[in-house]
Write a protein of this length. Structure first.
Length: 242
């Protein structure tokens, strides 16, 4: 059976602190766990979790993926920005133009995200996390559509986007030019499998679609996950079956 998007993972210098930040900004419920594994639960039962795991690798350049948060009004957008600053975020400049309506911010670990102005039609049928916006090729958009069995909702000028059949957050890829990858991604997908599934068979399916096993020198990481790379070289993890 096809694996599901279980979580978006952040490698964080202080997982519990970053979870408090994002829980405050999003209003998502924290899930109690080990000190080095903090998790936020989506209010949507069909949605993914956000998981914060320890990682000390220094940040070099912009992340390959960032959240686009939606707004219902200008007042709502301003309130989201205010919450960000209250919980320890900050404004940053990534080259945005003054006339652009979105606000670019960073969390306490320096991870970029945007608060999109109201009226954005592309994100109208999503939730508070309108999109996970990724720097990536058309090929990787096709790969993830097949891997998750999520339909393409945008495929134009080598830009792609997918969305769960149940709705919710879209995952987008901006097409070329794709910035060169430096180091391990701070944000990555974690895939889950239902009870009784054959993980080896699923890993084989993902490889047949264009993924590869990560060269880590071990079969599983400390969380019992197999680490893989998508066609653009982005890390992702596959859990043991539940």
């Amino acid at each position: 059976m096809t694996s599901q998007l279980f979580a978006i993972c952040f490698n964080a210098t202080r997982p519990a602190g970053l979870a408090r930040f994002w829980g405050g900004v999003l209003g998502w419920e924290p899930l109690t766990g080990p000190d080095d594994d903090a998790t936020l639960l989506s209010p949507d039962p069909e949605g993914f979790r956000i998981r914060f795991l320890p990682g000390q690798e220094p940040k070099t350049g912009q992340n390959r993926a960032h959240f686009d948060l939606t707004s219902t009004s200008l007042g709502d957008q301003q309130q989201t920005v205010a919450r960000t600053l209250e919980f320890g975020g900050k404004h940053i400049d990534v080259g945005q133009l003054p006339e652009e309506g979105h606000v670019v911010l960073a969390d306490p670990d320096g991870n970029e995200f945007c608060v999109i102005e109201p009226g954005n039609k592309f994100l109208a049928d999503t939730g508070v996390i309108g999109a996970l916006a990724c720097d990536g090729s058309q090929e990787v958009g096709y790969f993830w559509s097949e891997a998750l069995h999520w339909p393409l909702v945008w495929d134009q000028d080598q830009e792609t986007a997918i969305q769960s059949p149940h709705g919710g957050t879209k995952i987008t890829w901006g097409g070329p030019p794709v910035a060169p990858k430096t180091g391990t991604n701070r944000l990555y997908f974690e895939l889950g499998l239902p009870a009784g599934a054959d993980r080896d068979a699923e890993i084989g399916r993902l490889i047949s679609l264009g993924a590869a096993l990560a060269d880590t020198g071990r079969g599983e990481d400390e969380y019992g996950r197999v680490l893989m790379l998508d066609p653009d070289g982005n890390e992702f993890a596959v859990q043991r079956p539940c």
